[in-house]
Design a protein. Structure first.
Length: 284
């Protein structure tokens, strides 16, 4: 039987409606939630991502402050701006769009954002909180993947999850979140000799590689939940994920499409984290 599609657009709409009602409640109490979005330089892809984030804020009643700087902005000036936003009580989340121009150290910038405003969850402290199981901001993409898995109604307890990819922003935090949900977790990477050996045993596969057709149907256990994080272009220039959707959907129980799966959830979880930050600040 073909897999059920996990609809990231539909789940996003539902979660954004909840964000909008929480934002309205905070605003009514005199604490309008605010997100600062900083873009340095003119990278066209970054400009699109930032525009989508700002629009998502507007649509959900979250105030956004968009600051755009030329590519020659100095690192010191950017750090100064972040310090000012850290001190601004009307700003609850700070997002600096990556990548930054080469002369700016991204680690310095991420670590300059105060932990209570680190709604991207990229700082070392946020990563440490996740590792230690403490409350804190979870990186938006893996957090969104967890919501997509939850939406299937399947418990992760005792399940075997295979994460393909070990980046600091997706693979590693994904593995930790799955572990926290009591899954048994295997992390695969470019040095894993036989990927299919692992994925065939998996009840849940999360592919975060950036290479099309990394996972095919014959590499899956029947009924598995398949979450495709990858964003690639195929030979025809069409957007596709890391999973060969057609063959995987014949074997999996549930699968996310690309586009319309993980993508919309990433921005949604940024809104969720910003709301959480604003509610904490307001003492809600
Ligand atoms: P990344 O930093 O490049 O990491 C890719 C990971 O894949 C690395 O850990 C790498 O292993 C592993 N890998 C590469 N080739 C492999 C192979 N043949 N078999 C197994 N593992 C392999 O990428 P990322 O930032 O995590 O992003 C991954 C993908 O997700 C990209 O397509 C990105 O565009 C997409 N993405 C989507 C969203 C969204 O909102 N939908 C958000 C973030 C990222 P090594 O560590 O050994 O090099």
């Amino acid at each position: 039987m073909p897999a059920q599609i996990i609809d990231g657009n539909a789940l996003s709409r539902q979660l954004r409606a909840e964000v909008a009602s929480r934002a309205a409640a905070l605003t009514a109490r005199g604490h309008p939630p605010g997100l600062a979005v900083i873009l340095v330089g003119a990278d066209p892809a970054s400009a699109v991502y930032v525009r989508n984030k700002v629009k998502a804020c507007e649509d959900s009643g979250v105030r956004s402050v968009f600051e755009k700087y030329d590519a020659d902005l100095s690192e010191a000036a950017l750090l100064e701006r972040i310090a000012a936003l850290n001190a601004d009580p009307a700003i609850h989340g700070i997002l600096v769009q990556m990548p930054l121009p080469k002369h700016i150290d991204p680690h310095k910038v991420i670590e300059a954002i105060s932990t209570e405003k680190d709604v991207d969850g990229y700082s070392v402290l946020s990563a440490g909180e996740l590792m230690a199981g403490l409350p804190g901001f979870r990186p938006c993409t893996p957090y969104g993947c967890m919501k997509l898995i939850e939406s299937t109604g399947q418990s992760l307890k005792g399940k075997h999850a295979v994460v393909i990819g070990r980046s600091n922003t997706v693979g590693k935090p994904m593995a930790l979140l799955l572990l926290q949900a009591n899954a048994t977790v295997t992390v695969c990477h470019s040095g894993t000799p036989d990927l299919a050996y692992h994925t065939r045993q998996a009840d849940v596969v999360v592919a975060a590689v950036g290479r099309q057709n990394t996972v095919r149907g014959d590499m899956l256990k029947p009924g598995a939940i398949v979450i495709d994080v990858g964003i690639n272009r195929n030979e025809a220039g069409k957007l596709c994920g890391d999973v060969d959707f057609a063959s995987a959907a014949e074997v999996a129980g549930w699968i996310t499409p690309v586009p319309g799966g993980v993508g919309p959830m990433t921005i949604t979880m940024l809104l969720v984290n910003t709301l959480e930050a604003a509610e904490r600040r307001a003492g809600a």
